[in-house]
Design a protein around this ligand. Structure first.
Ligand code: JSK
Length: 448
């Protein structure tokens, strides 16, 4: 038996996002977002699922906070629906939207749970998309205005902030691969979006400092860890490009003030470069306080000239997979956190880690032992990283509850809590009680 003891001040939490859980899509003055448009576009989301109702957390947030109290977490990561706050993206402020988040954050604080707020978790107001979205530099100032409203309104209540969730998904998955909203397949669009969101991030951090918000701010890249299928240069290059497009493409500009040269040259050879304006790189490189890391899986990569914008393909090595098809390999979490040490011993939070396990309720219980196994393996890697002296300060399981999993709709379940989407009944799964014990003890026990 092995005991993994965590620091007393370690942040144990769970994570969600506005469009995935809130519902109330046309209530409280909320304007449409690109995910309302995308999910209502036939063929874009499995089964035609959408976030109109989702988990109805807009109305059930008190019940959700009671679940968090039962779970015993001290931190809860959530995101803000921008189009609830400024329905058309950069126009009038919607007081009802601010009031909702005040009610919710007050409930968290009453419960002794630290709010950990993501400003942008993919749900761009549709009105901004109508004029080019993140490809248009107007979205930069609109985001800074939205973030300033939130900083001023919640200064003193929210101390932990993230500007953007998973910039790779916002830029590349959504504009080059085309699986997420707005669903474009254009490499230059992806580079434009990546650059403009980085400028928006940097200008928002400057605004945060200028206001003097009592708190800390950062960004939450989802990260890839990849190993080459063979020792040949082409496969190594493919793995390097895959790693860098998730982390370095965003963290180099922030921490070094420039894009990673090898990947920049890779894109440049096909005639695509970021649209850098005078002063942009300085604006991006504002010092930040922490980064959130979202890790799910690692991959084995090899070169494939027909393998998309990176000329890379993932090789199935026959590992156990979760129900969304991602291999279970926790080693990548350890490796990628060490890889990120090149930016310094920065404060890191695991802001998402979890498994898609679609077990259903049987005799009133969800016996999701595969999720428990996944969490155990990954939390053990978190412990290894801490033992190595790295500033890993918290872990937020994705997700508190089953929710709208983007293009996969509601068929893919990541929650510690099962949601019946007809009745909206919440049922804690066995993994909820396992995690509750880890959080309560501050340590984890494994048989070996
Ligand atoms: N790399 N090339 N791929 C080529 C083919 O891609 C097809 C699909 O790709 C992807 C890649 C990554 C994801 C993904 C999902 N989550 C989980 C969410 N995280 C934020 C939170 O909201 C969770 O719901 N994290 N990442 C989805 C699809």
């Amino acid at each position: 038996m092995t005991i993994f003891q965590f620091p007393n001040d370690f942040k144990w939490g769970t994570a969600t996002a506005a469009y995935q859980i809130e519902g109330a899509a046309r209530e409280g003055g909320r304007g449409p977002s690109i995910w309302d448009t995308f999910s209502h576009t036939p063929g874009r989301v499995f089964n035609g699922d959408n976030g109109d109702v989702a988990c109805d957390s807009y109305h059930r947030y008190e019940e959700d906070v009671e679940l968090m109290k039962e779970l015993g977490i001290n931190t809860y990561r959530f995101s803000i629906s921008w189009s609830r706050i400024i329905p058309d993206g950069d126009g009038e402020i919607n007081q009802e939207g601010l009031d909702y988040y005040h009610r919710f954050v007050d409930k968290l604080l009453e419960a002794g749970i630290e709010p950990f707020c993501t400003l942008y978790h993919w749900d761009l107001p549709q009105a901004l998309q109508d004029v080019g979205g993140w490809e248009n530099r107007r979205s930069i100032d609109a985001f800074v205005k939205f973030s300033e409203v939130m900083y001023r309104e919640f200064n003193g209540k929210i101390r932990y902030w993230l500007t953007f969730n998973e910039p790779w998904c916002i830029a590349f998955l959504s504009n080059v691969i085309g699986v997420h909203a707005p669903g474009k397949q254009d490499l230059q669009a992806g580079l434009d979006v990546a650059h403009n969101l980085l400028v928006a991030h940097g200008k928002s951090v400057s605004k945060f400092r200028e206001i003097g918000v009592d708190g800390k701010i950062g960004i939450a890249p989802n990260v890839a860890w990849a190993v080459p299928y063979s020792k040949n240069e082409a496969d190594q290059g493919a793995a390097d490009r895959n790693i860098q497009v998730f982390s370095d493409w965003f963290l180099d500009p922030i921490y070094k003030g420039s894009y990673p040269q090898s990947l920049y040259s890779w894109f440049e050879q096909s005639g695509h470069v970021p649209p850098i304006h005078e002063g942009d790189m300085e604006a991006i490189a504002q010092p930040i306080d922490h980064i959130g890391i979202n890790y799910y899986a690692m991959s084995v990569n090899r070169f494939n000239p027909d393998g998309g914008y990176l000329q890379m393909e993932e090789v199935d090595m026959g590992l156990v997979k979760t129900d969304i098809g991602w291999p279970v390999e926790s080693r990548g979490l350890y490796e990628v956190i060490h890889y990120l040490q090149k930016y310094g011993n920065i404060d890191i939070y695991i802001t998402e880690n979890g498994a898609c396990i679609n077990d259903d309720i049987v005799n009133g219980k969800v016996n999701d032992v595969r999720r428990i196994s996944y969490l155990q393996q990954h939390i053990a890697q978190v412990h290894r990283v801490i033992q190595d002296g790295i500033n890993l300060k918290g872990y937020m399981a994705w997700s508190l509850m089953d929710n709208f999993e983007w293009a996969e709709g509601y068929r893919m379940r990541f929650g510690l809590v099962h949601v019946d989407y007809r009745s909206l009944k919440r049922t804690p799964k066995e993994s909820f009680y396992w995690y509750q014990n880890v959080v309560k003890n501050g340590w984890m026990e494994t048989r070996k």
